[in-house]
Design a protein around this ligand. Structure first.
Ligand code: F6R
Length: 607
């Protein structure tokens, strides 16, 4: 999500750190900072906004002296994008500065413990607990303090650390977040992304989970969690800068599809504690949901489809009626809203004009508003009475993928949390949270189960049109699957509730017409099967998306996409993944500009 860099050598560190941070700009960020060590003291410069502001403040780094330092670009997750929340963070005694990429899942407990031990927090970030733990465990040996600190952390982190007691030395630690060490001549580097290294060196060491590195200008040493030294073999970076930015993937969209297991884990894992869903940010959930007679979900595009997918779990678990309304329609519909209405507003960017307008309209009519947003500090997040962040990390491809799956994941968690607060579930919560925790693994399986998608794309890419059909939760996913297909491949794609076909659309089915049939909901599978038979008997080619052992569907479909076994209540998250990949490969076959489809923008700030 964020980006980190580190340098130790004989040159002035600040200009090198700033240049490295600029190379990470493409990932998206909202604040940046550097910490440089000189003559036993650490100076920190941080800004909200662009790296250009940091360059201006430090005269392109020339006003900061010192040859050892660390830097960071932040994309806010815990706490607004402010100077205080920007990294590096300093320990209370000023001895340590750290930069962090990732999420510390148990930071709330650690924060409480450190505050009661007298540590003073300067920021709202999860990161700051790490620097205070370092101060607490430091007894003259940084490596030991780091190992003890890491033992207390759960979550993902790539850390860069400097200590004023050890001039010329930087430390790096990796746990489930990328970290690469760069080997120079009389200087060494680290970065979260090879793009920040390639201008200096192509000889790198990829740190693995649980590994610690100590860098001085002369050498790099790597240790495991027990302090045992490891022998690491350097690799050579062969990627050009453009390929490196995409993590070796051809497009950001593919990179973001592949990031979904990690993104959904970042959304879910910190919010499940002892078998219960906990949203700290909602304060008193009982007070929020009691007295709510109706929930309206509003959003645009894929965010609207995320609402359609989440509606089923919300209604099933809370038994409160849920309407999903397009924001551009809701705002002009003279909506029936009062103080007993909860408006859930979904937006990746938090800046979509129609969504903001619908939210203001409903708020004026007395609705309580709860925003599900990715971009911290965005307009939707700021205007809402309650805000839940999806923590998906920056999304660069115009077509959303991890934005959508993390939105649906939040709706699932809200369903469980509200149902408990309303007394509609008891013991079942444990089982439901276990199912939610499986979602990242199930997404990975949905990727791994479908190696034939590039071949299927070759078969279907020249079709005139594609129909996506499904019922209930499958229909909701079909809507998003069809949108993905049309926006990036420019193929005409439409989603229909499978039971509706015979009321008109079936007239369009002719010989070889492709129909993508979603059959992942056992409750209504038989019904969808009848619809498959209806279109097949009119000559359609059926590409079915279902479970691997689903013999009935397997025997009638022409081609197959698979998802792993998943409960129907939470199926949309893994189910969309093969359809994202199908759209991606069809678009690739058609030679489309996948990351920037024509006529589309990432954030739609006009009506
Ligand atoms: C489709 C897509 C759009 C957005 C829509 C809302 O892939 O990305 O349909 O979902 O423009 O955007 P946000 O979520 O930023 O409000």
């Amino acid at each position: 999500m964020c980006g980190i860099v580190g340098y130790t050598g004989t040159q002035n560190a600040a200009p090198i750190l700033l240049e490295g941070l600029k190379k990470l700009e493409y990932r998206g960020y909202d604040s940046a900072g550097i910490a440089v060590m000189d003559a036993g003291s650490i100076s920190v410069n941080k800004v909200k906004g662009r790296i250009a502001n940091l360059c201006e403040r430090t005269d392109d780094g020339s006003s900061v002296s010192g040859t050892t330092g660390i830097g960071h670009t932040r994309w806010a997750t815990h706490g607004a994008p402010t100077e205080e929340n920007a990294h590096p963070h300093l320990s209370n005694d000023g001895r340590f500065a750290i930069v962090h990429n990732g999420i510390i899942e148990n930071y709330m407990n650690l924060r409480e413990e450190l505050i009661s031990d007298g540590y003073v927090f300067q920021s709202e970030t999860d990161t700051e607990v790490i620097v205070h733990l370092l101060e607490m465990y430091y007894r003259g040996n940084v490596r030991d303090a780091l190992i003890r600190t890491a033992n207390r952390l759960s979550g993902s982190y790539a850390l860069g650390v400097i200590c004023s007691e050890e001039p010329g030395r930087i430390y790096a630690v990796r746990e489930k977040s990328p970290l690469i060490l760069g080997l120079g001549m009389g200087e060494n580097f680290f970065a979260s992304d090879v793009t920040a290294l390639v201008n200096h060196t192509r000889n790198v060491i990829y740190l693995e989970d649980g590994e610690f590195a100590e860098l001085t200008p002369e050498e790099i040493r790597v240790f495991d969690v027990t302090g045992r030294e490891l022998i690491k073999t350097p690799s050579r970076i062969l990627w050009d800068v453009q390929a490196a930015e995409k993590g070796g993937y051809e497009h950001f969209m593919l990179k973001e599809i592949m990031e979904q297991p990690a993104a959904v884990k970042a959304t879910i894992a910190p919010r499940i504690r002892d078998g219960a869903v906990v949203f700290e940010e909602l304060r008193d959930v009982g007070e929020l949901i009691s007295g709510v007679r109706k929930i309206i979900i509003t959003a645009c595009g894929s965010a609207y489809y995320a609402g359609c997918a989440g509606k089923y779990a919300l209604e099933k678990l809370t038994r409160i009626p849920v309407e999903v309304v397009l924001a551009s329609e809701l705002r002009y519909s003279d909506p029936l809203i009062d103080s007993e209405t909860l408006l859930i507003v979904i937006s990746q960017s938090g800046e979509t004009a129609d969504t903001i307008a619908a939210m203001k309209e409903c708020s004026q009519r007395g609705a309580r508003t709860l925003a599900v947003v990715n971009v911290v500090g965005s307009t939707v997040a700021t205007l809402a009475d309650y805000t839940v962040y999806t923590w998906a990390g920056p999304e660069i491809a115009v077509a959303t993928t991890k934005g959508y799956t993390t939105q649906v994941a939040v709706l699932y968690m809200l369903s469980v949390c509200f149902a408990r607060a309303l007394g509609r579930i008891g013991e079942e919560e444990k089982m439901l949270t276990e199912e939610l925790q499986q979602l990242p693994r199930l997404i990975q399986q949905a990727i791994d189960l479908n190696p034939s998608i590039p071949l299927l794309a070759k078969k279907y890419h020249a079709s005139k049109a594609l129909f996506f059909i499904g019922r209930n939760t499958d229909y909701a996913v079909a809507l998003e699957g069809a949108l993905k297909m049309k926006e990036i491949s420019y193929l005409h794609a439409e989603a229909y509730a499978a039971g509706e076909l015979k009321h008109g659309t079936i007239a369009l089915i002719e010989e070889h017409q492709p129909v993508v049939a979603l059959c992942c909901n056992p409750d209504i599978m038989e019904k969808t099967l009848s619809n498959i038979v209806e279109v097949k008997s009119r000559g359609a080619e059926v590409l079915a998306l279902t479970f691997r052992n689903n013999q009935k569907i397997l025997s009638v479909a022409d081609d197959l996409l698979f998802i792993p076994a998943v409960s129907a209540l939470f199926s949309a998250v893994p189910e969309i993944v093969p359809l994202q990949l199908l759209a991606y490969h069809v678009a690739k076959e058609n030679g489309c500009d996948i990351d920037k489809p024509k006529n589309l923008a990432k954030s739609v700030t006009v009506e």
